[in-house]
Design a protein around this ligand. Structure first.
Ligand code: ZN
Length: 308
């Protein structure tokens, strides 16, 4: 489960904060190509449906959110290594200059010059030290993740205004041309909703709209069926339930990935697939995958939870 690959991820710590460097990513893809058996989410689906077998050391590569670097940096490296991945797009942001709302909040709380803020529940919060800011950010994430898109957008804009931070604008998200190119190159392009809410916290009809509208838009833009989905915003646990699994099936998806850590095993629901976070250092990267393939607990914990 990757999100973003950049030459210098430390430069975007106040916005993305979940990147891996290009050099490390390239070395990880070479390891997968040489020492493991790269498969796709389609292969995993065929295995779970009992119509396909998996090789001995199968690993599927996925990317959440739809950042432009996925198409510009990650995909060409994967293609040179013979790996085809799954890219789950936050559909409402594709082809726009906008940042995901949770990145905007991260930027606002980490860079504001304001020393206090009246929180979303009305209590006054001081920003005396970095941990105060992080705790306010966490509160704002949890609050906004449970809102429908229009309400979330309004709330984030209000927070930016209160914290006197200009909204971020740049070509950080993928364009539709880039998404189409990924598909043509043999990658899977799936949905990560329209707006990146936590579906488990939305009323059923709003959750279904996020699932269906993102699928429809992707299918129109890609001129192809879209069968794969990834549940957003795991920071507010939990981010999927039996109800969201039912809704994703109703919307017509055949697989859905979660951020629950672990392997996919026979008998799992294709609509609640486990994944693992790639650790940065090589021995940890191999360790996490090897533990997972052997069904052992992960002894190589990697990154802290972020609202992926
Ligand atoms: Zn995400």
């Amino acid at each position: 489960m990757y999100h973003t690959v950049q030459d210098q991820p430390e430069l975007t710590a106040n916005t993305l904060d979940m990147g891996i460097s290009t050099a490390r990513f390239e070395s990880q893809m070479k390891i997968l190509a040489r020492d493991y058996d790269p498969v796709t989410v389609d292969d995993v689906l065929a295995f779970l449906n009992g119509v396909g077998r998996l090789p001995r050391r199968p690993v599927a590569v996925t990317f959440d959110d739809g950042f432009a670097d996925n198409a510009e940096i990650a995909a060409p490296i994967m293609e040179r290594c013979g790996i085809r991945g799954a890219f789950y797009l936050t559909v409402g942001l594709i082809g726009t200059q906008d940042f995901p709302w949770y990145c905007r909040l991260r930027y606002a709380f980490r860079t504001t010059k304001r020393t206090e803020w009246r929180g979303l529940n009305g209590s006054l919060r001081g920003f005396g030290n970095p941990s105060d800011r992080e705790s306010a950010l966490q509160q704002a994430w949890d609050y906004c993740a449970a809102l429908v898109g229009t309400e979330c957008a309004k709330t984030v804009a209000t927070v930016e205004k209160e914290l006197a931070v200009m909204p971020l604008q740049s070509n950080i998200m993928m364009s539709w041309d880039q998404a189409r190119r990924l598909r043509r190159a043999g990658h899977i392009v799936g949905s990560h909703t329209v707006w990146h809410p936590n579906l488990a916290y939305l009323p059923g009809e709003d959750a279904l709209r996020e699932l269906s509208e993102s699928k429809k838009r992707l299918e129109e833009e890609l001129s192809a069926p879209v069968l794969h989905f990834s549940y957003p915003h795991a920071a507010l646990e939990r981010h999927w339930t039996e109800k969201t699994v039912e809704l994703s099936a109703q919307a017509g998806y055949q697989t859905a990935t979660t951020t629950l850590s672990g392997p996919v095993v026979a008998g799992d629901s294709p609509l609640a697939l486990r994944r693992i976070q790639p650790a940065e250092q090589e021995y940890r990267f191999r360790g996490v995958i090897d533990c997972t393939l052997c069904g052992l607990p992960n002894r190589f914990p990697s990154w802290a939870a972020s609202p992926s």
